[in-house]
Structures are given as C-alpha cells and as structure tokens.
Design a protein around this ligand. Sequence first.
Ligand SMILES: Nc1ncnc2c1ncn2[C@@H]1O[C@H](COP(=O)(O)OP(=O)(O)OP(=O)(O)O)[C@@H](O)[C@H]1O
Ligand SMILES: [Mg+2]
Length: 478
Amino acid sequence: MSNEMPTAIPLPLSDEVLRELIPKAKDWALMHGAAMRSKTSFSADSLNFAPFVLTPSAVPRKEFQRAVDLQCVINKLVHAVAHNREFLVDCLKETIKVDEFTKNLFNIYNIVTEEGITQRTSLAILRSDYMSHSLDNNRLKQVEVNTIACSFAGISSLLLQLNSFILAELHQADKLANMPENHALEGICSGMLTAHRHYGVPNAVILFLVEDTTYNICDQRFHEFEIARLNPRVRVKRRTLTDIAVDGRLGDKRIYFSDDFEVAVVYFRSGYEPDHYVTQGEWDARLMIERSLAIKCPSIQYHLAGTKKVQQELASPGCLERFLDDPNEVEAVRSIFTGLYSLDMDDEGNKNVRMALDHPERYVLKPQREGGGNNIYGHEIHTALSRMRGTERTGWILMQRIEPPIARSYIIRPGGPDVPEMVDMVSELGIFGVIIGDETNILENEQVGHMLRTKVATANEAGVAAGSGALDSPFLID
Ligand SMILES: Nc1ncnc2c1ncn2[C@@H]1O[C@H](COP(=O)(O)OP(=O)(O)OP(=O)(O)O)[C@@H](O)[C@H]1O
Ligand SMILES: [Mg+2]
C-alpha cells in the first residue's frame, strides 16, 4: 500500500457544493449533540459543534477487524497486569522515585492493598488507540491503552450518522455499507449498569467524577442519558473530587453524601492529571473512593496499569507471556506493538538515549501523563533529554514514532471559513473494551465499539478538545 490513503468519495468538492453542505452538516452536528463547550468563550448555556471531518477516512478493513478482534485479549491482558502486584511494584519502582504524580497514585495503591482491598470487583472501560504505520504496509500499531476517562464513545457513536448524512447529501449513499456500526455508548453504559447491579443496592447512584469545568459535556451527558434509557431506575450524579472531599463520607465502607445518597459505581472522567488534585483534599477524596465498597471505573491498580512505563515494560522480551497463556494471543498482541524503550539508568537506558539523540525524528518521548499535550517530538527530544538531571529520565519512556499514511478531506471547525481548503490528514483509531471482574473471576469481557480521530498531518497530537484533532468515522477499504 502506498503512503496515501484513498478518499471515500471523489474529492475535491466544488465551492458551490461546500457552501451548501457545510452549514447543513454543522447544524446536524449541533442539533444531535456532536458538540462541546467553547474553551475561548465558555458558557454553560451554549454549545459549539465539535470539530469533524466532512467525509469519512479510509481504514483498511482487515486491520480494523484485527483491532476489533484483539480487544478482548487486550482487556484480559490489562486486567491481569492490574492484578499483579509484584509486576506493578517492580515495573514502577524507579518511576515513582522521580514522578510525584505516579508516586501519589502508588501510595494510595499501597495503602489499600495493605489494608485489604474492600471492593475486589473493578469495572474497566478501556480504549486501545492505534495508527496505521505506512512503513509496515499500513498495519495498525498501538499508540497506547487508556484505562481512565476514555472519552468520545458518546459523540463517536453519532459520527457514523453525521458522516452518513453527509455522504447521502453528496449522492454517495451507496458508500454507506463501508461504514461499520458503532455501539460504543450502549456497550459502555451497559457495563456501568452491570457494575451497578453487582453492587446490589438498587437505589445507590452511579457517580460521574468530573472536572470543575467540563468542556466535553455532550460526550459525558450522552453516557448519562444512555444509562437513563437502558434503566430509568438508576440515578447518575455528577461530583468533583473537591465535592467528595467536602461532602462525602465513608460509613461502613460505603460512600455517602451529605444529601444521603449512596454511591454504587464511581466513573472517573477526572483524576488523571495533577491539576485535578489542587489540594491534599482531592487526594484524600481519591483515597476515600479507593477504600470504599463502590465499584471503581477504574480502580487504582487499573489506573497504574495504564501508565506509559507499564506499556513499555509489556513490550520487553518475555513479558507478555507472564500474563497471557495462549502463544497465539501473545503473538497477536506483540504484532501491534511498535518500538518501546526504557530510559532507566543502566546500559540499556544509555543506549536508548543515544539512539534518540542520533535520530530524534524517529521517536516520541513520553512522561507518565494522560490527557494529551505532554509528549515531546522530534528535535525537542534533544533539548528535553539534555536538560534532564540525575535520574529524571526514568520518569519517561521512548517510543518509536508511528508514521501514518496521509488522507485528504475537509476539517470543519467552529469559526472556520465558509469554504475550507482540503487538507492532508492522519487518523487514529480507538477501540473500546469493557471488562468487569476481580483477581480470579471475569464477569464480562467485551469489545463494544470504536472512535476515529483525525488531525492535520503536520500536527503532533490529535486531541479533539485540545485543538488539532477532529472527530471522524472509519470508511473500510479492501
Ligand atoms: N509513537 C507515536 N507515534 C506517532 N504519534 C504518536 C505516538 N505516540 C503518541 N502519538 C500522538 O500523540 C497523541 C497522544 O499520545 P498518547 O496517547 O500516548 O498520550 P496521552 O497524553 O495519554 O493522550 P490521550 O489523552 O489521547 O490518552 C496520540 O493521540 C498521537 O496522536
Ligand atoms: Mg492516554
């Protein structure tokens, strides 16, 4: 396959067609909730449509299916890693010496394991992210597995309809068969309801742990509304870590709020970056949650299993075999890995630093962070590594840079021109998985849907909320 992806339909479109289509597509997005709050002029009373790609982007069908088929194995793998204390302790022992945030998470993990974990069942909503690697026949390579606050299942489930509407408007309805169904939202919310049932108190709530200000509000609300649709008897409440610090209390190991509702499930859409813990109060609230009987999505060990350091360690020789018995599964997972290198203070780490300094354009330097915007690319790797002092580099990992093939379409953004230019873009596929269980027993393990994010080819990161990314739908090609 070449370095360029075919377009779903013949492009470019004429200015006349774009002028007619784009306002309609924007309104479709707004009226169906493919939208977000504005970062630049925030108002809780209004929405902007979420940036989207006008025509769906090509993804090789076989590769899409490979990622879908692999998700339950990835769920099982992450579940096994999260429940292997010896591995987590050993893998993160150097990282927590230099990375304060991971250390604080690890402290909570230590406290609750020493006390004895109260709620052995975890709910994990995972998203395994991939990009096609043009240097390897456009095969999908894993960017990472997210284990906390995996977003966009709600809006992505809508994008299929938005892109379908657009194709139909362009007289391309015969192409709709190439767009896979997406039930991510329903699958995820069913998982939350299974966890709620497992907790066993019908009038206890599902608590959405949210940021102080939520920009990605539609995506979160879709989860709330879907829970209400699937089971109108289950209530959802939204609270911040600060609210829990102020109003939450632990009684008989259960979380209660001052207005006296009990929490069955805590679904984290916050708590994954240092800014979410402004004071010790937020850390105390996190500890309270982990000590409680509430089912956590994710529990602390799952949060740790999603660190970049764990990802890098899993790619080292012989490591997957510790967690997966079936050699075919080991092979299948290994085939999606790209180069992952430790920056430990040893010969191996020194060699990897030299490798990065010699060819910084081939790598991405990553700290133990989530939420986008923290990685370092290309020549800045040089500056960053030379500035690091002492053992600081052990808080980071090095990853081979995936080079995705170029696709072309129009990215539609709030405030954008009436007639946008066609741009070179690259896409990133996320597959959602849900797994519920404890150390010895898995209650549910499923692949539930997908998302596609696309960015202009020159941007390093595809964060939709952060700026350069746009929501998209896969268009499967043979
Ligand atoms: N190896 C890589 N090659 C090319 N691009 C990469 C690579 N790793 C990460 N990126 C880009 O950087 C983005 C963020 O990377 P990553 O997912 O590792 O960080 P994160 O902070 O956990 O982000 P997220 O909030 O999406 O989970 C990816 O979505 C991708 O666009
Ligand atoms: Mg991430």
